[in-house]
Design a protein around this ligand. Structure first.
Ligand code: KPL
Length: 313
């Protein structure tokens, strides 16, 4: 039987979120191995936060390194999730736990063959972190992280309580499907516009042109959520978006950060997912569709492996 406290967590994606969780897990006594595109020996890595710098050394494996993977936290960006997990597929233990912590939705079907019947756990986080360099991550703001099984699992499993559940501000969410929809809706309203206007989140409250675009998208998202049978989320969304914009006013959204770094964005997995869901019911979202096309036109067609969160400064 697996000893849950001694089982290492493999973290796929050594970007901002991956390294943030690597530090936090090890600080809680949970062993961690980073999985990068290429195997290395060790990565000496610094986490910079309001409490100062903390340095740790992590083992780095490549996808094809030897050894079994029993616990996998996937922190690569949405467009890279399926290929990254597929590359690791042969190493996954029969009872492996796979948790995806990435913005956006729409990779479940593509991932299913790689999981071979294992459940897909999902996480949602509001932790703010950005990558200063390959060896430094800045933890810009504390947030909450929820993990759960979208197919339904009311109580936290042992792997959770022995692993991520030991971290502060990380909880099991039996209603993770609701949290995923809420996060998707917030990202639909904020991320694309900030990428397009090249502005920080707070400008969606203060800059007239960005604010107009934001309000149009918000109204359309509220209508979409109602049409998709999520009236409570729809009713709460204006307040939720305003609160997120105030709390992250000085930050760059992850999509703006991707755009500025010349990486592929998550637009197809955020606004694209909502447009496709509504289209399947015969609904149209003209503002989301226009944004989708404009952001797609800005981006190179690159595969991205770097995970990120929200970026200040
Ligand atoms: O999740 C975010 C992101 O940037 O991806 C928000 C909530 C918009 C904060 O920046």
């Amino acid at each position: 039987m697996t000893d849950d406290t001694a089982t290492p967590w493999h973290i796929l994606g050594a970007g901002a979120m991956g390294t943030l969780f690597a530090h936090r897990l090890e600080a809680a006594g949970v062993p961690v191995v980073l999985v990068a595109r290429e195997a290395g020996t060790m990565l000496v890595h610094t986490l910079r936060s309001a409490n100062g710098d903390s340095e740790r050394e992590f083992a780095v494996e490549g996808p094809a390194s030897p050894g079994t993977v029993r616990r996998l936290l996937v922190t690569v960006k949405a467009p890279s999730v399926t290929a990254a997990v597929a590359a690791l597929g042969p190493r996954l233990a029969a009872d492996a736990v796979v948790v995806v912590l990435a913005n956006g939705r729409g990779y479940r079907e593509a991932l299913a063959p790689c999981l071979g019947g294992r459940p897909l756990y999902r996480g949602v986080t509001s932790e703010g972190a950005w990558r200063e360099s390959a060896s430094v991550t800045v933890h810009a703001g504390e947030g909450r992280t929820s993990i759960g099984n979208p197919a339904g699992e009311p109580l936290p499993p042992r792997w959770f309580t022995a692993g991520p559940g030991r971290l502060p501000r990380v909880g099991w969410d039996a209603a993770i499907e609701q949290a995923l929809w809420e996060k998707l809706a917030v990202n639909c309203v904020i991320n694309g516009i900030t990428a397009l206007h090249g502005c920080r989140n707070g400008a969606l409250l203060t800059d007239p042109a960005a604010r107009r675009d934001c309000e149009a998208l918000l109204l359309e998202t509220v209508a979409a959520l109602r049409a998709l049978g999520r009236p409570q989320l729809a009713a709460a969304l204006p307040g939720t978006v305003a609160a997120v914009l105030r709390a992250t006013a000085a930050n760059r959204s992850s999509m703006l950060a991707d755009r500025l770094a010349g990486r592929e964005t998550e637009i197809d997995y955020i606004n694209g997912f909502l447009v496709a869901r509504c289209a399947a019911q015969g609904g149209r979202l003209p503002h989301h569709t226009a944004l989708l096309e404009r952001v797609r036109a800005l981006q190179p067609t690159l595969a991205s492996g770097a995970a990120g969160g929200s970026h200040p400064a």
